[in-house]
Design a protein around this ligand. Structure first.
Ligand code: ACO
Length: 335
């Protein structure tokens, strides 16, 4: 039993923050940000907007392209590190889409989340021999919620967005997942994180007034990152991972139509494509417009490239995610 991608969609908030806007709140410039990262603009949630709302819009696009009704979906996998609810928001997306025959859960794997979700979806289909027919995989994040807007080292990088694909069961000789590779290394956790923290140490007392325990009302710190180390990790690990996935697929980098990496930094994208000797006209990049949108970046760029006519039916795409955890992984897919 194989699985193939039959639809995609994406959705981004309206509120745009340019490099010049950021230069008004921290000591930076459009030139510094553009040269060091390739990013020019990013979109962020505002007002009453929710991450689930954008995830629903993206998923609707994928369903429409796949010509499927919401009731035909068996499983919704919501890949996010920034859910609207600590317990996850996959179920709210399922509810709002009207996927009444599906069950739903969340996956947290930072900027690798979409790759982990995509591979998980194909494994659900394979392991059940097609017991799951249609799986929505949504990558959505609102890292703006955890950005320290006074830290010029991180606030320039991130944006909010959602992207989705519809993974459908198919005959094994049509399998659209040609190879994959997944890793994590918790030793690198200190390089990039947003830690839980207690922010209330008022003691709870018993009826006699004797102190019992200090309750911890938890929140999360802003994103802490050692940019140089994350950069080195990405440039070292991602080419190796793509090569491993290509080997599983029985392919070499010269047979790739498109390289579509997690959109973190144009210099990372360039370094990885150089190492794999993939020419720049085969490299998809849209981070100038959106910044690093974490789990959303791959399905967002995929959707734009497919709807824009770049990626055509039958094309082979090498895609890789990498980020906090540390986590990283690749998938070779045929559209
Ligand atoms: N504007 C102007 N100057 C800045 C800025 C800024 N926004 N940020 C840092 N600087 C300064 C620094 O203070 C430093 O000044 P100094 O030389 O006087 O000390 C100088 O610029 C160089 O700073 P570096 O941190 O060494 O700059 P670097 O070239 O490494 O670029 C960057 C920083 C863009 C963050 C880069 O390291 C990077 O992109 N790393 C990867 C980050 C990434 O992709 N993270 C996301 C992973 S995905 C996930 O899971 C969320």
């Amino acid at each position: 039993m194989g699985s193939k991608l039959v639809g995609c969609g994406s959705s981004v908030p309206k509120l745009l923050i340019s490099n010049d806007d950021l230069a008004q709140i921290v000591e930076t410039s459009d030139e510094w940000i553009s040269v060091r990262t390739g990013i020019r603009n990013r979109r962020v949630l505002s007002g009453n907007e929710t991450l689930s709302g954008f995830a629903v819009d993206a998923a609707k696009g994928a369903l429409q392209m796949a010509q499927l009704e919401a009731e035909e979906v068996d499983l919704v996998i919501m890949c996010t590190s920034t859910p609207d609810d600590l317990f996850g928001c996959g179920t709210q997306v399922q509810r709002d889409l009207g996927c009444k025959n599906a069950w739903a859960f969340d996956i947290t794997a930072a900027c690798s989340g979409f790759i982990v979700g995509l591979i998980s979806a194909t494994r659900f289909i394979k392991a059940t021999g097609g017991g799951f027919q249609n799986i929505l995989v949504i990558g959505a994040d609102a890292l703006s919620r955890y950005v320290d807007w006074t830290d010029r080292g991180t606030c320039i990088l991130f944006g909010d967005a959602a992207g989705a694909v519809l993974v459908q069961a198919c005959h094994s000789d049509e399998d659209g997942l040609l190879g994959f590779d997944l890793h994590s290394d918790g030793h690198g956790h200190r390089q990039l994180n947003a830690l839980a923290q207690g922010d209330d140490d008022k003691l709870i007392s018993n009826s006699n007034g004797a102190p019992l325990f200090p309750p911890r009302k938890s929140s999360f710190s802003c994103i802490q990152m050692n940019g140089k180390e994350v950069f080195r990790f990405a440039v070292r690990s991602v080419p190796q991972s793509i090569e491993a996935a290509l080997e599983e697929a029985g392919l070499s980098s010269s047979s790739i139509d498109w390289l579509l990496l997690h959109q973190a930094n144009q210099r990372i994208i360039d370094a990885v494509s150089n190492r794999l000797e993939i020419p720049s006209d085969k490299v998809i990049s849209n981070l100038a417009n959106y910044g690093n949108t974490s789990a959303a970046s791959i399905p967002l760029a995929l959707d734009e490239a497919i709807r824009g006519g770049k990626i055509q039916a039958g094309n082979t795409i090498a895609t890789a995610g990498f980020g906090a955890g540390l986590t990283w992984g690749s998938a070779i897919i045929r559209w």
